[in-house]
Design a protein around this ligand. Structure first.
Ligand SMILES: [Zn+2]
Length: 389
């Protein structure tokens, strides 16, 4: 078994946008509670992060960091995307957002220092934050900071794969001209969802052309279609790019019950995605895998199960989908939400078999597959029209 680091501290629950904002930290709390109740975290020492400070400047403008620090005192009109419905200002915002960055950075450090081959920071994945402004519930971009840090600490080929339902725009923007970082995002089509970017034609610039990859999927895409698209694009690129580490953003708002988006994956689909990422990291990235969380707004029924599978997969303690939910956990959820209708087991009965692209069947996702392959495969020496590539 390879060594794996889990970064967690209850202080991460302080990233709380309050009221009925969808980015509710209860999803993290219930994930850790569920993983604990199932024994996934037995004998796993949790790494306790500290807040990032100077490292924030890797991904953010000084003026923006100042604005975040001062926002709770300054009132609502501070600019930089702060004080909006999506990104409300809250007390301790700078400190809480810095701790999220510190969490993902600690995972990256554990791998860079050889203490772990894999690390997981479920509080991370704030992929929409931009250099100079907050966006999409994200204040600081923990992923961009961690990738930048890795580039200065022994890694010069990094693959980032983003499976959140939204385009990983902040991370893509941070490395759009950097050929050392391959960013791949599979997401619901930008015509139909925030942030409105992530077209196949966004491929990177200058000598980094081909190192931004986007797969915009039609609303309603299910596990089989999603996995068909993933396998038609991602493994070939990783095989050519040969990263030294795989960084994956594992947002679970692609679930069919997610209230903010319209893809139709199941928890079983998410579980399969994590297994696949683990296999790709082992095969193409020297076994180095840094996994972070991300979106996911079905707080009780989906996120805790999906991210428990993520923790379990990172730890090689895979939990079968038929595993019953422990009563210790369901009792806790009923205390918080007495009327919630909870699932019985760790899966949804989702169908995760898929037909490989190139089988002659015309699937709804094949437009995205063809567009994406034609946009970037030739830049990697791959034939976009040959299913063997
Ligand atoms: Zn999202």
């Amino acid at each position: 078994m390879s060594s794996s680091a889990v970064v967690w501290d209850p202080a991460l629950l302080g990233y709380d946008m309050g009221g009925d904002h969808p980015f509710n930290p209860v999803r993290l709390r219930l994930t850790i509670e569920l993983a604990t109740a199932l024994g996934v975290l037995d004998d796993v020492p949790l790494l306790v992060p500290g807040p990032a400070s100077d490292e924030l400047y890797r991904a953010h403008a000084p003026g923006y960091i100042e604005a975040v620090k001062e926002a709770p005192m300054a009132g609502w009109d501070v600019g930089h995307g702060l004080g909006t419905a999506d990104n409300p200002i809250f007390t301790g915002m700078h400190e809480a957002a810095s701790l999220v960055v510190g969490s993902t950075l600690l995972g990256a450090r554990s791998i860079a220092e050889g203490k772990a081959r894999r690390a997981v920071s479920i509080a991370g994945g704030l992929h929409h934050a931009m250099r100079d402004h907050a966006a999409g519930f994200c204040v600081y971009n923990d992923v961009s900071v961690a990738i930048s840090w890795l580039l200065d600490n022994g890694f010069d080929r990094i693959a980032y794969v983003d499976t959140d339902v939204h385009h990983g725009d902040g991370v893509q923007a941070a490395f759009y001209g950097d050929p050392r970082v391959l960013t791949v995002s599979l997401h619901q089509h930008p015509f139909t969802l925030f942030p409105g970017t992530g077209y196949s034609a966004e491929i990177g610039k200058d000598d980094a052309q081909g190192t931004a990859v986007n797969v915009p999927l039609p609303p309603g895409t299910k596990d089989a279609g999603w996995l068909r698209a993933f396998h038609a694009v991602v493994p070939s690129l990783l095989a050519e790019f040969r990263p030294q580490i795989l960084v994956s953003q594992c947002g679970v708002d692609s679930h069919e019950e997610d209230p903010l988006a319209d893809l139709s994956l199941s928890v079983d689909g998410h579980r399969t995605i994590y297994e696949t990422l683990r296999g790709l990291a082992d095969r193409f990235a020297d076994g180095n895998w840094l996994a972070v969380g991300g979106g996911g707004y079905q707080l009780l029924r989906v996120v805790p199960r999906s991210w428990t599978h993520l923790l379990a997969t990172v730890l090689d303690r895979d939990v079968p989908a038929r595993t019953p939910l422990p009563s210790r956990w369901t009792d806790l959820v009923r205390e918080l939400a007495p009327h919630a209708e909870l699932p019985q087991v760790m899966g949804d009965g989702g169908e995760t078999g898929y037909a490989a692209w190139g089988d002659g069947i015309d699937d709804a996702v094949d437009i995205a597959i063809r567009d994406t392959r034609r946009a970037v495969f030739p830049l990697h020496g791959l034939d976009p029209d040959d299913p063997r590539d």
